[in-house]
Ligand binder design. Structure first.
Ligand SMILES: [Zn+2]
Length: 334
């Protein structure tokens, strides 16, 4: 459709109509919060940006050299506790995934994110505060068609314990399944069609989670200093320690969907296709993008058409009653 692997599009695409326009913020907006790893206060600004800017991080505390880091899969340098990206000068930003998830879920193509520290604030451990910020700033359409990445054939990564795949499909949908020994979590599986409103209502509020013994190990190692019951669901044995309990019955698997949405937005454009994750995390999600882009026959840039959003196989959230069957995504969409 007049677009090549470099992502360029021609004037004909703009004039043909029926395309979905790129979007940015109406005005700049600021917030501050605690950094998960350092425990220090971070100030962040989301600033409107020109078409084709993409999502660009800028470290205002770095005054010499390159302080900008494009939010892209090939900039990912660490996936152990969160997703971190860095530029060629080694200037990095950590914990980008929940903000990236909110930007994807709200359909923001172009924004500059200024930070005065090497981490995005953790806020409440979900994407909801970032969705609120974006809505407060307002969203505007721009005079350029939205570029999407269309999955053309199935790409899979599987290390025996964790697996993830992308398969062709209209729109953007995700299925996820997890399996923990703790009876507070157990097996959870879900399929989510990312049509308007689904992200904000069904995914954005799901908080990150961890086990108490893991959190204590991190603290002992001088990590996760900002981590607390204010920004995570903490599980001890078979109990959720947070006094107010869970925000969704299956908040754990919904947060895994939230993470996958954010990690996949590091593709550099919205993905048109179906994601399936099984016990996977940030490392698997990044490996999946690397596998996709390593095979030029597996994907193509395209201009998003209005009708693309009308022909998604399913919308909203589907609980997979036959949890952990071989084909949960297909079962959910049937
Ligand atoms: Zn997360």
């Amino acid at each position: 459709m007049g677009i090549d692997h470099t992502g360029r599009y021609g004037a004909a695409d703009l004039e043909s109509g029926g395309f979905v326009r790129q979007r940015t913020l109406k005005s700049a907006i600021n917030c501050s919060g605690v950094a998960l790893h350092s425990g220090k206060k971070v100030t962040m600004a989301l600033i409107p940006a020109e078409p084709d800017t993409g999502i660009l991080f800028r470290r205002t505390d770095i005054v010499s050299g390159d302080n900008e880091i494009p939010a892209r899969w090939d900039r990912v340098v660490d996936t152990r506790l969160c997703t971190a990206i860095a530029n060629d000068d080694g200037v990095s930003v950590g914990t980008v995934e929940h903000l990236m998830s909110a930007l994807s879920g709200c359909g923001i193509d172009n924004v500059v994110i200024e930070l005065n520290a090497p981490e995005v604030p953790i806020m409440d451990g979900s994407a909801a505060p970032f969705v609120f910020l974006i809505e407060c700033a307002g969203v505007v359409s721009q005079d350029a068609p939205r570029k999407v990445i269309r999955v053309l054939k199935t790409v899979t990564v599987d290390d025996g314990e964790r697996a993830a795949s992308l398969t062709p499909g209209n729109g953007f949908s995700l299925a996820f399944e997890i399996d923990f020994a703790s009876t507070a979590i157990r097996q959870q599986a879900i399929a989510v069609g990312m049509a308007d409103g689904t992200f904000k209502n069904e995914v954005a509020r799901a908080r990150t989670f961890g086990f108490l013994h893991e959190v204590e190990q991190l603290w002992a190692a001088g990590l996760a200093k900002g981590g607390s019951l204010e920004n995570a669901v903490v599980v001890s044995g078979d109990k959720v320690l947070n006094e107010d309990g869970l925000r969704y019955d299956d908040e754990f698997v919904r947060h895994k969907v939230l993470d996958a949405v954010g990690d996949l937005y590091l593709a550099g454009a919205p993905i048109q296709g179906h994601f399936h994750g099984a016990c996977s995390g940030h490392a698997t999600n990044n490996a999946l993008l690397r596998a996709l882009f390593a095979d030029p026959s597996a994907w193509a840039y395209d201009v998003e058409r209005v009708e693309d959003g009308l022909s998604t196989p399913f919308t909203g959230v589907h609980a997979l009653t036959d949890a952990l069957t071989d084909a949960p995504a297909e079962a959910a969409s049937a």
